[in-house]
Design a protein around this ligand. Structure first.
Ligand code: SF4
Length: 311
């Protein structure tokens, strides 16, 4: 997962898109009409309300957001965390390592790390130079080494070698912010959380679910549109869509199953054939990011990622 800083830069890049792009949105209409509610809304105010389409009521926004999520659930019924992990310790370490790199690169790197240092106590006592060598492929490996050794020490000394299952404890660990904490809570402890990563930030703004730019405010704004029980799956659906179809620079609008619901349709490639070529991972017929993906992903035609150095 990329950080908020990267996200902000990317969002800015999108925002700077010339007026031409906006105009191109109108030239090719999506297959189905945009939801009637939005189209038939009352006279639009001069300025759009933050986080809503012009003239859209709060109820209509909630319905529209939930409809998009329902559609995405059908597109990605097998959506899951894309970091390989066997326990909460591995997940928290992998999530810290995923800053500024892909989950694939982390998954290719962590088998060697966890084979050598299977517990927080092992990693806390590690020689930093040896850890740096293992983590080198993930980038920023010196800072990441400090973080994972530091958080392992904190786990060993303050939490009896166990990853705590509470937000307030998790965010005290070195290198762990709210985003990482929610990934861990949602995926290792089954506690609902919204993961506001770079994809999530970009997509909810494209869909005009919120106009907020601060990750904590985005989290609060989107959390208010959905029942808590939906938060973790919602995060997976949105992030998966961002990774596969709704890319930062070239969204594949012409191959996007939720195009009829999307206010930003036309921001990317609308030609179906050209758009198809932009699809990634299983949607483009390529391997996924996990070396050990869940069976549901494999059953849906997904392929496991290759190990590091396999070409
Ligand atoms: S790919 Fe295009 S149509 Fe689909 S969600 Fe992204 S911007 Fe909207």
């Amino acid at each position: 997962m990329k950080t908020a800083k990267t996200a902000a830069a990317k969002t800015a890049a999108v925002k700077k898109a010339p007026a031409k792009k906006a105009a191109s949105a109108k030239k090719a209409a999506p297959a189905k009409a945009v939801p009637a509610k939005a189209a038939s809304g009352k006279a639009a105010p001069a300025k759009a309300v933050a986080g809503k389409r012009a003239g859209e009521s709060r109820t209509a926004l909630v319905r529209r957001a939930r409809r998009i999520d329902r559609e995405l659930a059908e597109v990605y019924p097998y959506a899951h965390p894309e970091l390989d992990f066997d326990n909460p310790f591995q997940l928290v370490v992998a999530t810290v390592l995923s800053a500024q790199t892909t989950d694939l690169r982390v998954n290719q790197t962590t088998p060697a790390l966890f084979a050598k240092y299977p517990t927080p106590e092992d990693l806390a006592a590690a020689n930093p130079e040896e850890v740096e060598e293992i983590l080198r492929p993930t980038g920023f490996f010196r800072a990441k080494t400090r973080s994972v050794i530091g958080l392992s020490k904190a786990l060993a000394e303050d939490f009896g070698g166990e990853v705590p299952g509470k937000l307030e404890d998790l965010v005290k660990l070195p290198g762990v912010g709210r985003k990482t904490a929610f990934v861990v809570l949602g995926n290792a402890f089954g506690r609902p959380g919204i993961t506001v990563d770079t994809h999530f930030q970009r997509l909810v703004r494209r869909w005009e679910w919120t106009a907020e730019t601060d990750p904590d405010k985005i989290e609060a704004a989107i959390g208010a549109l959905f029942p808590k029980s939906d938060w973790t799956d919602l995060s997976h659906h949105v992030i998966w869509h961002g990774r596969r179809i709704c890319h930062a620079r070239k969204p594949a609008c012409g191959a996007c199953p939720i195009a009829p619901l999307c206010p930003a349709y036309g921001e990317g490639e609308t030609d179906p054939e050209k758009a198809k070529k932009l699809l990634k991972y299983e949607k483009g017929g390529f391997p996924g990011q996990r070396l050990k993906p869940p069976q549901s992903y494999l059953d849906a035609g997904g392929k496991a990622a290759p190990p590091l150095g396999a070409g």
